[in-house]
Write a protein that binds this ligand. Sequence first.
Ligand SMILES: C[S@@+](CC[C@H](N)C(=O)[O-])C[C@H]1O[C@@H](n2cnc3c(N)ncnc32)[C@H](O)[C@@H]1O
Length: 253
Amino acid sequence: MSTELKEEIRARCAEAATGAAAGCGCSGEDCCEENGCCGDAGPGAFGAALYDLELQGELPEAALLASLGCGNPTAVAELREGEVVLDLGSGGGIDVLLSAKRVGPAGLAYGVDMTDEMLDLARRNATEAGVTNAHFLKGEIESIPLPAESVDVVISNCVVNLSTDKPAVLREIARVLRPGGRVGISDVVAEDRLSPDERAERGSYVGCIAGALSKGEYENGLRDAGFSDVSVSFTHRVADGMHSAIVQAVKPS
Ligand SMILES: C[S@@+](CC[C@H](N)C(=O)[O-])C[C@H]1O[C@@H](n2cnc3c(N)ncnc32)[C@H](O)[C@@H]1O
């Protein structure tokens, strides 16, 4: 079942990448719902409109069109010059490109994604943006293709909810982070009152709704994986009792 679901997610995200490459994205009154791999909440809840205009101005049009996230994790991660950043489920590359610019030539930004079409799009967007310190790796976020303690900051934008093994994702984040490293994730999160069935009534798994953790489940999952300073804060509503949220945590030194 989980393999079938992962293949469905991969196929839907491949369609989204092909759509973005053809000029079709999530921002405004365009073709988000037909082409997005997170589109169940409709225009405005997902996509490039969630980035302020100054940041949008730093990126090529194709990278903005490919944005399928539910927030701006680079805004909360407080990236510094020289740091190594990893974006889980990097899609068309928007957060990797912004991170690469923040950490500068002495730093590095990695994106990991399982969908070839997304990796191709992200690499084209990096070339168009003239960014040379960004690297896109093929892999699954449940088994991150990077060594232990090699990353300062892990970010992600609307992807953890899509994972069929969230404890593995949180364990992998803890493994690749250096001691003292931090997490800044945007994700869809449910209020604790909603059961998994009630979440599924509000939208599909591939639409980034049914697979969402609740606030309490996220906080406990991060603590179980060894994180401290855990917080999950709702930012905007995506469905009844479901929100985009900023998820933060620190790997103890
Ligand atoms: C909703 S899109 C978000 C893309 C990007 N973070 C953004 O903000 O535009 C989800 C992305 O995560 C990738 N993805 C989903 N599940 C994954 C997994 N288990 N391992 C690796 N990549 C995954 C998909 O291929 C897709 O590119």
